[in-house]
Write a protein that binds this ligand. Structure first.
Ligand SMILES: [Ca+2]
Length: 225
């Protein structure tokens, strides 16, 4: 605001200088006649002051408008800051094991896979001891998992992405004489606080993992509900 006031003052000075110059010209045009000088000078000064006053009034109006816009912009910035600052951050990614190549399974029952090599776990929603992610906030989440199958042993590989007791997405590979196989699947789902999401190795099935981290489980919050 101080800067704008200084600009107006400078502008006013310039206008006054122009007015003085115009008065000087009028004086010379009416030289030799005192009445002409007085009339022309007063008329010119009056016209100049009137025009200057109109310009100042216009500038004051624009300043008021700009000040109002500035106040609104500052309020919007504060609102956006409050929204982003309060947004929960939830993201994790993990691989099945750090040990060298080995088969996991078969088990006699459906078993959650425990992805113990944690790459990230912002918000600590994922538990590597159980392999289960628990939603800390209501919202829409993205999940992805991959499965790697070696040629031996002969059991098939079947893993499923689970939401509580509900099957969401699966990857299947049939054993045989082919080489190693790999697949992945993903889902975007709505979760309530406390919902569980995990990858389940089906009974009698196997997967193969090594320190190259073929089997991964990843999830993150897209937006809150
Ligand atoms: Ca196969």
């Amino acid at each position: 605001m101080k800067n704008i006031a200084v600009l107006i003052l400078a502008f006013s000075c310039c206008v006054c200088q122009v007015a003085a110059h115009e008065n000087y010209d009028n004086v010379h045009q009416c030289s030799g006649s005192t009445g002409c000088f007085d009339t022309l000078s007063l008329t010119s000064i009056s016209q100049t002051l009137g025009a200057m006053g109109e310009k100042v009034a216009n500038m004051a109006e624009k300043m008021t408008l700009l000040e109002s816009k500035l106040v609104n912009s500052e309020r919007e910035v504060l609102e956006l800051r409050s929204l982003t600052a309060g947004k929960p951050q939830v993201a994790f990614s993990a691989a099945l094991t750090e040990s060298d190549g080995k088969h996991i399974g078969p088990f006699t029952t459906d078993t959650p896979l425990k992805y113990k090599k944690v790459f990230s776990n912002t918000g600590n929603g994922y538990n590597p001891s159980t392999g289960i992610f628990t939603a800390p906030v209501n919202g829409t989440y993205f999940f992805r998992f991959s499965m790697f199958k070696s040629v031996s042993p002969t059991s098939n590989s079947v893993v499923c992405l689970m939401k509580n007791d509900e099957w969401l997405a699966s990857v299947w590979d049939t054993s045989g004489t082919d080489s190693t196989d790999m697949g992945s699947n993903a889902a975007v789902i709505a979760l309530q606080v406390g919902d569980s999401v995990f990858v389940e190795l089906q009974a009698t099935r196997v997967v193969y993992e090594s320190n190259l981290y073929f089997n991964t489980f990843t999830g993150f919050l897209l937006f809150t509900a």
